[in-house]
Each structure stands twice: as C-alpha cells, then as structure tokens.
Design a protein around this ligand. Structure first.
Ligand code: C2E
Ligand code: MG
Ligand code: MG
Length: 719
C-alpha cells in the first residue's frame, strides 16, 4: 500500500529543495524522497539556499532551521514573499513548541521534529504533494469553469431569442442581451420588474401562468403566440398604438425548482425563451392579404368578395333582411389606358377606388374584380331605394374630375344592381344578375344605374338567339334604313338626314339598333351589316339627288370595329363609286371612343376619306374622353352634342346649358358645324337658338322614319 502511494506520487512533477547542514541527514533524506518528487536540489547553508531559490522554481522546500550561516526562518520569509506557491515543510531539532508555532506562522505547511522516522518524512512529503496536486487540479477546473461560463454566456447572449428567468414573484431575475434587439430594453432595466411590464395590455390574460410558468415537462408552455410591447410603446401615447410597436413572439417556458435528493424542491421561478416571429407573421399576413386583395387598389378581390357575399347572405336569410349587390364598370377605361398609358390608368383606378370608398359605410364591401370592374356589397339596406341612393351618390361624386399625372379626367360608371332575395338567392346568381343590369345601364347611355329585372334576364339570354338570327337577317332582308332629319335652327330647313338602321324582326317587331349593334360588334357581324347600310344610304342619297330634292348631307354611323377592318377604306370607296362618285353630301358619324381605340389607325383612314370629300362628324360629343387632341389631327366638320346635355337644357344656367354653351362657343372658334341631338321641346329649341347652335335633330321635328316618309319630309321642305 505504501509502495503504491509512492509510485503514484513519483509521477507528479514536483521540484523539491532540501536545506540541511547535516550531510548525513541530507543524503538519507534525498534517498528517501527520490521516488516521490520529480527533482531534488540540496543546500547546506542559507547562502546556498538563496542562490538556488533566486534561479529556480520550487514547489516544495524542506527546511532545517538551524544553519551554520543563519536561520531557516530567513529562507521562509523569502519564500513567502517571492515564491507564494512554494510549500514549506520545516524539519527541526528544536523541541520547543514555540519554534513549531513560529514556523507555522511564517507559512510552513507542516512541521517535522528531528529525529523523525523515515515513514513520517515520506508521509509528510506525500501529503504536501497531494495537496499541491489537488490545488493544481482545482485551479485547472476553476479555469475550465470560467471558460465554459464565458462560452455559455456568449451562446445565450448571441441567441436571437429572448431568454429570461423570473423569480418566484414573477419578476425578471435574468435576461439575455436579445431583449434589447427585440423590445428596446437593456437587460438591467427590466431586472426586478414584473413580467407584465413587457406584455401588450390586451394579452395579459393569455400571458398569465404562461410567462410565469410553474409547470415542467410535457405540460409546460410550448410555442405560445403572444404579443409583447416595445419600450417605445410605453413611452408613446397610450392611444396611438401602431402595430410596429408590438412584437409577436412564440413563447416556451417552464418552472424551475431547487433540486433535492427527493426530487423537485422549492419553486424558484420560471425559465423561458421568447422567439420574435413578427417578420414571419408579417410575411404570412402579406401572403394572405395578396391572396384576397387586389394589389393595385388594396381592395378585396373576387374571392374575398364572394366570401363576404356568402356570409352576408346567410345573415340576411336568418334575419329576414334585404341586401344589394352592385356591379360597377368604368365607361371607356380602355381608352384612357390605351392613350395615356398604364401609369395613368393605374392611377385612375386607385383614385376611383378611393372616391368610391368615400361613398360607403362601414360594413359595405367594395371589391375590384377585374380591369375596370368593381363589385359592391351593401349588406344593410331596407329598400331598393337605399341601393339607388348609394348608386346616385357614387355617380354624383364622379361629377368632379380626377387629376391624374396632370390629366384632368372625367369618369363614368355603369352600375347594375341586384337585390337579395328577390333577384337571386345564390352568390353566382346575384353577381350574374347585377352584371346583366350593368350591361343594361351601359346600353342605355352609360354613366347610369339600372336594377335587374326578369325581362333583362330574358333579353340577356336572348343575346345568343339575336346573334344567330342576325346572321340570317341580311339574306332575309329584315334590315331597313330609317332617316332622321337634321334641321336648321333658324330656318327650319332640312339640311341633312341621319341614316339609322332598323331590324324588322319577324317575331319581335322593330328592334332598336342599341339592342343589336353591340352584339353585332362583338360577333363581327357589324362589317357586313354596315356595308349594307352604307350601300342603302348612298343609294337613297343618289335617288334624292336625282329627284332634284334640296341638297342635303347623308350622315352614316360607323362603329369602331368597322373602321378597324383592314378593307374599310377600299369598301367605302367602292360603295361611293357605285352611287355617289364625287363623295359630296356624304358624312360619317364616329364617336370619340371609336377614335381613341386606335387613334393613329383611325386618323390615317379617315384622312383618306376626307380627301375624297367625305365629311366627318363627331357623334355623342361630350360623353367620351375629354382630350380633344384629335380635333387637330382630323379634318372634322361637325360636332353632334350628345342628347343627354340637350335633355338637361332649360332656360336656367345648369350643368347641361353650361356644357352646351361651351361646346357651341368652342365649335364656333374652330369653325365647326354643331348639331344638337335629341331636341324634344320648343323650350330646348329656343334655348339652342340663344346659344348660337345652328342645326338640331330630334323628335321635336321628326323621329327617324322610313325612306318614303323621309322623302315626303324632304319634298315638303321644297314646297
Ligand atoms: P346615334 O347615332 O346617336 O343616333 C341618334 C339616336 O337618337 C337614334 O336612336 C335616334 O332615334 C335617337 N333620337 C333622335 N332624336 C331623339 C330625341 O329627340 N329623343 C330621344 N330620346 N332620342 C332621339 P337609334 O336609331 O335607336 O340609334 C341608336 C344608336 O345606334 C345610334 O346613336 C347609333 O350609335 C347606332 N346606330 C344606328 N344605326 C346605325 C348604323 O347603321 N351603324 C352603326 N354602326 N350604328 C348605328
Ligand atoms: Mg349618329
Ligand atoms: Mg348620337
């Protein structure tokens, strides 16, 4: 056993200095200890000892006190001050206890009285060596612990998550540095404060027993979503809370207990990790928003609209309520987009959405469901009138122009209204019926609203039938041209005739062009039909001329589709050659929107016709697009003021009269003829006279009539 201990100790790297003036002792001691330490030096005097101590390091010194040139205490004093790590064993022949005490006071770790047993010497040295080893091990471990703590601190503080502990009273006892990044607090500002300091006020209930979690293991809190508030939120006014001052975290927390031999002891507090997931939440919110909203205007999209409509319908059904679905379509939006560019188009859509929003109440849903189409859900209406009121309010709000990128733009909307439950009790039907009603509003002059009716439904489903029947109408000679006189305001002389197509439908009777022209345009049938009208009108003009009727202008309506046709000019010229080779006395009527569809294409084609003596007239003037740039590009002869303005004409200065006066003045400046359309009363006629408008057309003088009746009117004028 003894030998084992010796062999163990001999591994230790301990250097020993023996100071002993008795050579005999010295030698035996050296022999005894050789195995227990790494190296042994010996000194016979104090002087020798100092010489060694100043040049070399020793872990252990075995000192005799009585030395020929001094006292061992001198050496001890030196060692204490200069080699504090060196342990000292005093081996002295002094039997006095005082000497021993003195030695121990001076820092000796052990005391051997001479003469000693070899075993005592070995044991004493061995103890000293063991202590040294323990101390070294201790120091190494302390160093390791310090390093590991630094390492953990670094890990905890560089964690993106907030890591905290609360004491048993739910006050912060530790917070890592992430708290500053996440909520703007320095850890020290929160230590000692209650956790509710950082919880958003409406989240206190959810945070309770979770932030200060007492449970452990499976039942502890895992990934609980919670809203915290930033430091600046506390400072800012309590009323103005913005969402970016709130931070969404995912909290995991558990109770901490003092460990005991019996398991968990006293509750110490809670430990938790809060991960900032605001950015993820924001991204999720954006994705959800994008899925259900139109990005340009921020309005709900079709999917969300349908969803809301469905919900509102369930509610209305349960409570026996009425609600309205409105379909809104911007008039001539394509023109704006095509001529002024998408930037202006986009700006207009945004500005329009904003203006529409201002007409609505909370609870109404406005949605953009496509290019220039909007839908509106009014869930709380009592009567149809309420819906009509909102539609009127919207149309009224559009009397003010929009200013987009320096362009002053007037916008018209055609609005169709379908009422729940009478016009449909499913999402799809309500939307479809509102859409049909919207088309009806468009057909009837635009910028207006119309309610859905079952008749409309029939006429809509009749669209396909009409298209089919129209294909045969030409061969069956069901079309006929009627003529409406254009009359001089002063002299009441007929100056012109407008050719207006009629369809003598075998079953439906006389069908109005506004019912079938749009269908003909959509289906492309407009081309053969127009060619036929052109032929018929030119032939009639020739007949009147040959019959020596007073010279008049024959006005023929052209639609955009027709002008866009590549052979349009050739066909027109062919037709002229056949009936009116000089082109004199033929005028074409085009609308502003026709021009806007493809300004450059239209301009070059119309110029060719103008060169042949054809006159050009702008129909329905004032309802279309406000840019008048085309007036400079085209050789225009006549402007026809739309009948909606004439309809508004009274002796008072109202919107209608201001516009008519303005148009008349402008036309005079540009040396253009002005025709007022839709004159129905003497009063309107009188008023036109005061405005200096020279020609009119309307029921007041005559409706559009067939060729025979028109011939008679012309003949009367001669007489
Ligand atoms: P428009 O060219 O503006 O023709 C004038 C319309 O106003 C005609 O309707 C006419 O009957 C109506 N009208 C005339 N005076 C009055 C009045 O005093 N009061 C009222 N309330 N209305 C009046 P119509 O004949 O039903 O034609 C409607 C539209 O169909 C025309 O509008 C024109 O755009 C189009 N159209 C007619 N014939 C043709 C054609 O041969 N080709 C093309 N492309 N379009 C045509
Ligand atoms: Mg016309
Ligand atoms: Mg017109």
């Amino acid at each position: 056993m003894f030998g084992n201990a010796l062999s163990n100790s001999s591994q230790t790297l301990v250097s020993l200095l023996i100071v002993e003036d008795e050579p005999r002792y010295l030698e035996s001691t050296r022999l005894l200890l050789a195995q227990h330490v790494h190296s042994i030096d010996a000194a016979l005097t104090v002087k020798d000892a100092f010489a060694l101590l100043t040049t070399k390091h020793y872990d252990l010194a075995l000192l005799d006190l009585r030395l020929p040139d001094g006292n061992g205490h001198e050496i001890m004093a030196y060692i204490r001050t200069h080699l504090p790590d060196c342990r000292i064993i005093v081996a002295s022949g002094d039997s006095e206890i005082d000497s021993a005490i003195q030695s121990l006071r001076l820092g000796a770790t052990d005391y051997l009285r001479k003469p000693y047993e070899p075993e005592d010497l070995i044991n004493t040295v061995r103890n000293a060596v063991r202590k040294l080893e323990l101390e070294r091990e201790n120091a190494r471990m302390t160093h390791q612990i310090e390093q590991s703590e630094q390492w953990h601190r670094l890990l905890v503080n560089t964690s993106p998550d907030v890591i905290y502990t609360l004491d048993a009273d739910a006050r912060f006892s530790y917070l890592n540095d992430s708290i500053e990044r996440t909520l703007g607090y320095m850890p020290g500002e929160l230590i000692g404060r209650h956790y509710t300091t950082i919880v958003a006020s409406d989240q206190l209930e959810s945070a309770l027993y979770r932030f200060n979690e007492r449970r452990t293991g499976e039942r502890a809190t895992r990934n609980l979503e919670l809203m915290l508030r930033r430091k600046d939120d506390l400072l800012s006014s309590l009323t103005e809370r913005t969402s970016d001052q709130r931070v969404v975290v995912e909290l995991s927390s558990m109770g901490m207990y003092r460990p005991t031999s019996l398991g968990m002891g006293e509750f110490l507090g809670s430990y938790g990790v809060a991960r900032d997931i605001s950015a993820r939440k924001q991204a999720e919110a954006t994705i959800t928003f994008q899925a259900y909203h139109d990005l340009l205007t921020g309005l709900p999209n079709r999917a969300l609209f349908k969803d809301r409509l469905g919900q509102a319908m369930v509610y209305a059904k349960r409570h026996g309520q009425t609600m309205a679905t409105l379909f809104l379509d911007m008039d001539h939006f394509k023109v704006v987009n095509d001529t002024l560019g998408h930037l202006v188009g986009d700006g207009l859509l945004q500005a329009l959405s904003q203006r529409l929003r201002e007409c609505l109440r909370e609870g109404d849903t406005l949605s953009r469901i496509g290019g220039d189409e909007f839908m509106l859900l009014l869930p709380h209406i009592r009567t149809r009138d309420n819906a009509a009121y909102i539609a009127q309010k919207i149309l009224l709000s559009l009397k003010q122009p929009f200013n987009i990128e320096g362009h002053e733009l007037y916008v018209g909307l055609s609005i169709g209204i379908a009422i729940y439950p009478e016009d449909g009790d499913s999402i799809e039907t309500l939307i479809k019926h509102a859409d049909i009603a919207m088309y009806h509003a468009k057909d009837h002059g635009r910028n207006d609203f119309k309610f859905f009716t079952q008749d409309l439904h029939k006429s809509f489903t009749g669209r396909l039938a009409i298209e089919n029947e129209m294909r045969h109408a030409l061969e069956r000679r069901e079309f006929e041209v009627f003529y409406q006189p254009q009359v001089a305001v002063q002299s009441q002389r007929v100056r012109g005739m407008e050719a207006l197509i009629r369809w003598n439908h075998p079953a439906r009777g006389l069908v109005s062009p506004s019912e079938f022209i749009p269908i003909a345009e959509e289906s492309g049938l407009i081309t053969p039909i127009s060619e036929w009208v052109m032929g018929a009108a030119c032939r009639q003009a020739r007949l009147w001329r040959d019959a020596d009727m007073p010279p008049i202008t024959m006005a023929i309506n052209l639609s955009a589709r027709q002008i866009e046709h590549p052979q349009f000019v050739d066909k027109f010229i062919q037709c002229l050659h056949k009936h009116m080779p000089d082109g004199n006395g033929i005028e074409i009527e085009i609308t502003e929107s026709t021009l806007m569809r493809d300004m450059d294409g239209a301009v070059s084609k119309l110029r060719k016709l103008a060169d042949m003596g054809i006159e050009i007239s702008i129909d329905d003037f004032g309802t279309g697009y406000s840019s008048l740039s085309y007036l400079k590009k085209l050789p225009i002869n006549t402007i026809k003021i739309d009948r909606s303005f004439i309809h508004d004409l009274t002796g008072h200065m109202n919107n209608g009269s201001t516009i008519v006066a303005g148009i008349a003045a402008m036309a005079k400046g540009l040396k253009l003829k002005v025709v007022a359309e839709g004159v129905e009363t003497q009063e309107q006629l009188d008023y036109l006279q005061t405005l200096g408008c020279d020609t009119y057309q309307g029921f007041f003088f005559s409706r559009a009539v067939n060729a025979d009746a028109a011939t008679e009117i012309l003949g009367r004028t001669v007489n």
